[in-house]
Design a protein around this ligand. Structure first.
Ligand code: UD1
Length: 390
C-alpha cells in the first residue's frame, strides 16, 4: 500500500519551532510521508536558515521563495505557487492526502486557501485562538484558516470554546496542547549552556529581554517613540537586551530613533537572535517585555514574568494562569509592574497542563488516525477508487 502524503507548511520564523517537533513525531508513522514546503515568507538567514540548523529541521522539499510584500501581494503569491504545486503533484499521481499548517502568519492562511479549494483536507495546529481584534492581520489569518480547516488542533481551552461558539463540530476540535513548548523543553538544556550572557556581560536574573515587532506598536512614529522612551527609562533600573526584528529596525531608522537607542547606556540592541541564543536569554531573564504572541507562551512555560505590550491577547491562558500581564502601550503601567517584578510583588504563574512537551505526539497520532480512517473509506468506496484510477 502506498504511503499517505502529508504536506507540512512553514513560512515565517514563529512557524519553525512549531513544525519541527511535528515533523519528528510524524516520522514514527511508517504509512505517512511528510513533504516540507517553505513559502519563503521569511528568507533572511537570521529569520529562517539559522532556525532550520538549530531546530534540526530537514531541508524543505519545496521552496516557494515568495519573499516580502504587501499582505495582498504576499498572500496572492503564496496562494498561486502553492496551488500549482498541489495540482502538479496530483497530476503526477502523487496527490497530497492532507496539509498541515501552524500558527497565524500569511503563509498559514494562503496555503490553507489553496488546499481547501482543491479539496485537500487541512489540519490547523494552534486553532481557535482569537484576539477579537480584526485590525491584527493574524486575526484575519486565524479566522480564515479555521473556517477552512477540517481538523482543528488547539493549544489552550479558550480555543475550544471559541470554535464551539463559531459552530465548529466537536468532532473536528481536539485540545492537544502546545507544540512550540515541545521544542522549548527539548532544547532548553542546550540553550542554557551557551555563553551568551558572558558575551553580553549580563548576570542571570538581572536583565530584561525586549522584543517589539507588531505593526500597531512599531509602524507609527509617535507610538514607537513613546515605547522607546519608556524602555530607556526602564533601563535605568535594569539592563535591557533588545534583539531587533527587521520590520522594527526599518521603522527605527525611518523615524530617526535608532541613534537615541544606541546612546542609551542601559540598552543592548542586537540583531535578531537565533532560537537557542534567544532561549538562553529569555530563560534567565528577570522579566520579558514583548508584543509577540509566542513569547507570551514561552515566558509562561519558563515561569518568567512577561509584560505584554498589547491591549488584547488571543492567548488568554498566559494571563489567567501564566506569567503575562497585558499593558498595552502604557508606559506608566510598564514602570509600575516592573517595580513589582523587581520588588518580588509580581504574580507567580503556572504552566498549563497540556504544555508538557508531548503535544506533537498527540498531533501526529490524530493526523495518522484520520488519514488511515479516510484511506479506509476510500478503499471501501467503488466511486472513490474509480476516481483515483481516473
Ligand atoms: C510575520 C507575521 C507575524 C509574526 C512575525 C514574526 C504575518 C501577517 N505576520 O510578521 O505574525 O509574528 O512574522 O517574525 O504573517 N523582512 C526581512 N527579512 C525577512 C522577512 C521580512 O527583512 O526574512 C522585513 C521586510 O522588510 C518585510 C518586513 O520585515 O517587509 C515584514 O515581514 P513580514 O513577513 O511581512 O511580516 P513580519 O512583520 O515579519
Amino acid at each position: 500500500m502506498s504511503r499517505s502524503r502529508i504536506a507540512c507548511v512553514v513560512g515565517a520564523r514563529p512557524n519553525f519551532m512549531k513544525m519541527a517537533p511535528i515533523l519528528r513525531a510524524l516520522e514514527a508513522y511508517e504509512d505517512l510521508e511528510a513533504t516540507l514546503i517553505h513559502t519563503g515568507q521569511h528568507y533572511d538567514k537570521a529569520l529562517s536558515d539559522v532556525f532550520f540548523e538549530e531546530l534540526e529541521i530537514r531541508q524543505p522539499d519545496i521552496c516557494l521563495e515568495v519573499g516580502s510584500g504587501r499582505h495582498g501581494q504576499q498572500t496572492a503569491k503564496i496562494l498561486e505557487r502553492t496551488e500549482e504545486i498541489l495540482i502538479n503533484e496530483r497530476e503526477a499521481g502523487r496527490p497530497f492526502d492532507r496539509l498541515i499548517v501552524v500558527g497565524d502568519v500569511n503563509s498559514t492562511m494562503a496555503c490553507t486557501l489553496a488546499a481547501a479549494k482543491l479539496g485537500i483536507p487541512v489540519t490547523h495546529v494552534e486553532a481557535g485562538l482569537r484576539s477579537f481584534d480584526r485590525s491584527m492581520p493574524e486575526e484575519i489569518n486565524r479566522l480564515v484558516t479555521d473556517s477552512l480547516s477540517d481538523m482543528l488542533l488547539v493549544s489552550e481551552p479558550s480555543g475550544v470554546e471559541n470554535l464551539r461558539l463559531e459552530g465548529q463540530p466537536n468532532s473536528a476540535v481536539h485540545l492537544v496542547g502546545n507544540c512550540m513548548i515541545d521544542t522549548l523543553r527539548r532544547l532548553l538544556p542546550r540553550a542554557q549552556q551557551l555563553p551568551v550572557l558572558d558575551k553580553l556581560g549580563l548576570a542571570a536574573g538581572e536583565y530584561a529581554v525586549v522584543t517589539l515587532h507588531r505593526p500597531s506598536n512599531v509602524d507609527q512614529a509617535e507610538t514607537l517613540s513613546a515605547l522607546i522612551d519608556a524602555l530607556i527609562n526602564t533601563s535605568s533600573r535594569l539592563p535591557i537586551v533588545f534583539p531587533i526584528h527587521p520590520r522594527t529596525a526599518g521603522c527605527l531608522n525611518r523615524f530617526g530613533l535608532q541613534e537615541k537607542l544606541d546612546e542609551a547606556s542601559g540598552i543592548v540592541p542586537l540583531p535578531p537572535a537565533s532560537y537557542l541564543e534567544f532561549l538562553c536569554l529569555t530563560s534567565q531573564a528577570k522579566v520579558i517585555i514583548t508584543d509577540s504572541g509566542g513569547l507570551q507562551e514561552e515566558s509562561t512555560a519558563l515561569e518568567v514574568p512577561c509584560l505584554t505590550m498589547r491591549s488584547n491577547t488571543e492567548r488568554p491562558i498566559t494571563v489567567t494562569e501564566g506569567t503575562s500581564t497585558l499593558i498595552g502601550s502604557d508606559a506608566g503601567l510598564l514602570e509600575s509592574l516592573l517595580h513589582d517584578v523587581l520588588d518580588g510583588r509580581y504574580k507567580a504563574g503556572r504552566c498549563p497542563g497540556l504544555w508538557d512537551g508531548l503535544a506533537s505526539e498527540r498531533i501526529a497520532r490524530i493526523v495518522a488516525e484520520s488519514v488511515s480512517a479516510s484511506q479506509g473509506v476510500r478503499q471501501d468506496s467503488p466511486e472513490s477508487s474509480n476516481e483515483r484510477a481516473a
